[in-house]
Design a protein around this ligand. Structure first.
Ligand SMILES: *Cc1c(COP(=O)(O)O)cnc(C)c1O
Length: 239
């Protein structure tokens, strides 16, 4: 994309507009990795497509985007089998209900919101060919109604994942709470990641950063950015 070119506004939901924003974002991500001293190859961009139309998601896929994030099982189920999205990698990033866990596991490659034993039991499957990637979600908000474990809860959940057939432990995931400096929230997440790696050195991934705070996340070691509206445009209604 040309420097100085004006990007389509956030209410332009045409597939072309989304592709332009994707390309602009990729260029910005390259620059930001340079500034932050991060290796671009260690950072995965997940485009969050919840509530977006298939047409728009297909255009992003055709533009070479591979990783997509969804947070509702019904929406995942509609999108995964679409021929226009073949070869995509699906990340489930929302709170997972116990009775949907098995269904989600059959569709997604990675779950970013594992925070309790009853989920691990249902996600685990010794017959699975490729292990299902699992992040331990950490509650950075200290609000119990949000998903995620507190800092002391990370290791017990990680141990359960690591010991469960068909699951592989990726690392930690967090959402910076509204009204809190994201730098502080992501610093806590990064510290949790370091502690986890003392026991599980391979579990080095950090899923953090959304449209509003991905730069801060990158500076605190994020390896998986979950970016929606900056690329897709505003979410149509419902959300
Ligand atoms: C919706 C969502 C995102 C993306 O948010 P944007 O602000 O649209 O970038 C990232 N992570 C989670 C867990 C989400 O639910």
């Amino acid at each position: 994309m040309m420097i100085g070119q004006v990007l389509p506004g956030p209410d332009d939901h045409s597939p072309d507009a989304a592709v332009q924003r994707l390309e602009a974002f990729r260029a910005e991500l390259d620059r930001e990795c340079d500034r932050a001293g991060r290796d671009r190859a260690e950072v995965r961009l997940i485009v969050v497509t919840k509530y977006q139309r298939l047409e728009l998601i297909r255009a992003l896929r055709a533009a070479g985007q591979r990783d997509f994030g969804e947070n509702i099982y019904q929406q995942l189920r509609e999108k995964v089998p679409d021929p226009g999205l073949a070869g995509a990698t699906w990340h489930f990033i929302g709170q997972l209900q116990r009775n949907k866990a098995r269904h989600v596991a059959a569709l997604a490659q990675t779950i970013h919101s594992v925070d309790r034993d009853e989920l691990i039991e249902r996600l685990s499957d010794s017959e699975r060919q490729e292990p299902l990637g699992c992040f331990v979600e950490i509650n950075l908000a200290d609000e119990p109604q949000r998903g995620g474990v507190d800092q002391e809860g990370v290791l017990p959940v990680a141990e359960r994942i690591a010991g469960a057939p068909g699951l592989s432990l990726c690392g930690v995931m967090g959402v910076a709470p509204l009204g809190v400096d994201p730098d502080l929230a992501f610093a806590r997440l990064e510290a949790c990641s370091h502690r986890l790696r003392e026991t599980f050195p391979e579990a080095s991934a950090i899923s953090a950063g959304m449209s509003g705070d991905w730069r801060q996340a990158l500076r605190h070691g994020a390896t998986h950015l979950r970016v929606g509206t900056t690329i897709t445009g505003n979410r149509p209604s419902l959300d």
